[in-house]
Write a protein that binds this ligand. Sequence first.
Ligand SMILES: [Zn+2]
Length: 102
Amino acid sequence: MKTIQILITVPDGVDVKVGGTAAPQQGNSKPFVSQPDPPYPGGTCPEHGTEWKKINAGYSKTKVNEDGTPKRFNAFWVCPEQGCDEKPGRETVIEDVTGLPF
Ligand SMILES: [Zn+2]
């Protein structure tokens, strides 16, 4: 086996990684895209029958970005009951047309 030395010249500040799996330099997390507040989704929690409550956009208290800053999130609707995981589904009310009476 021959060993070949390769000299690579890179400008200052450029990170060169040799070997291993090439990880994207931008990180894996998608950049945050701010969205306008979603409108009231309608309906109620299937478990509690309560109207959805809007959580305003803000910063996560538990999740952080790779650089340690709190993750941002857009406004969303939840059940106001403590510990309830129900969320308004993106129900596009599409009629089931498979039962056409022919
Ligand atoms: Zn609920």
